[in-house]
Design a protein around this ligand. Structure first.
Ligand code: GLN
Length: 279
């Protein structure tokens, strides 16, 4: 690699290094774009330019971690979500596109009228902050039971200049409010049984606290339901991201706890059951 000079040469080498190690070659390009906050055109314009030695070393070190299945987003320390850039760390899940669909649905169904909104298991704060950014009149609260995750979420709030109230604790326990208008969550929902089929990069590097739940992955949904019965306002709504096999079970569960509300099951763009809405 030391003999390679231009971005073009290094990129070519890096892509085949990844491919030879069974990884997707586009990760090399992703890393270079992220180092500079470049778009693809910027890279094209620089293909013949010389890559600084320090950058070559950084890339080499990063690629070696990528082939151990380490998520590239943790190497960069940030990623995009719903049009904004958020800090992430090993203490937080890497936000997924499915969660953007959850945020989008919640925004489409609810106006900017003042209301109390609680994001349970906020992680890096992507849900809470994206909602607040688009609905300035909402009072958004965010809960997590990882102090390290809350620290990242608070940094993201400063970065995006949005005011969110953060709470340390489990589900709705730290929220005294009894008139919550919207509860939203992408809680841990992976069951023990699914462990073996998970991607190694998820299994080895993403926080287990953010991923796993007892009782076939349903435990936290049930805890949220039980608490929400007392803390949701009469006209309140709940938006939940769910595992693609959990649709029927969670729909029934919420219909049981909220017999007077409508419980809808919504599919993601891939056609999988993904979101439950109680309204
Ligand atoms: N709310 C965060 C996200 O959607 C974290 C979710 C979690 O840790 N289970 O990315």
């Amino acid at each position: 690699m030391d003999k390679l000079v231009t971005y073009f040469e290094v990129l070519k080498w890096a892509s085949s290094f990844l491919e030879n190690n069974g990884k997707e070659s586009y990760i090399a390009e992703y890393l270079i774009l992220e180092y500079h906050e470049w778009c693809k055109t910027d890279l094209l314009l620089n293909l013949k330019a010389e890559m600084p030695v320090s950058e070559k070393h950084r890339l080499k070190k990063d690629l070696e971690k990528v082939v151990t299945n380490y998520p590239p987003q943790y190497l960069i320390g940030s990623c995009e979500f719903y049009g904004e850039r958020f800090l992430v760390s090993e203490a937080t899940l890497i936000p997924r596109p499915e969660t953007e669909e959850l945020v989008d649905l919640c925004l489409r169904e609810n106006t900017n009228k003042p209301q109390i909104v609680v994001d349970i298991g906020t992680g890096s704060g992507v849900i809470a902050l994206s909602l607040k950014k688009h609905r300035q009149n909402w009072q958004v609260r965010a809960v997590d039971l990882s102090l390290d995750a809350l620290e990242i979420a608070k940094k993201n709030a400063v970065k995006l200049e949005e005011e969110i109230h953060f709470f340390y604790g489990s589900t709705l326990e730290p929220i005294d409010e009894e008139q919550i208008d919207i509860i939203i969550s992408n809680p841990p929902y992976i069951s023990d049984k699914e462990w073996d089929v998970m991607d190694e990069s998820v299994r080895n590097f993403e926080p287990k606290l953010a991923l796993f739940a007892d009782n076939d992955g349903l435990a936290i949904y049930e805890k949220i339901a039980k608490e929400a019965v007392f803390k949701l306002s009469k006209t309140g709504k709940i938006y939940l991201e769910i595992g693609y096999k959990q649709g029927d079970a969670i729909q029934q569960m919420y219909q049981h706890y909220f017999p007077n509300k409508k419980v809808r099951l919504v599919k993601d763009i891939a056609g999988q059951d993904r979101i439950i809405i109680v309204s």
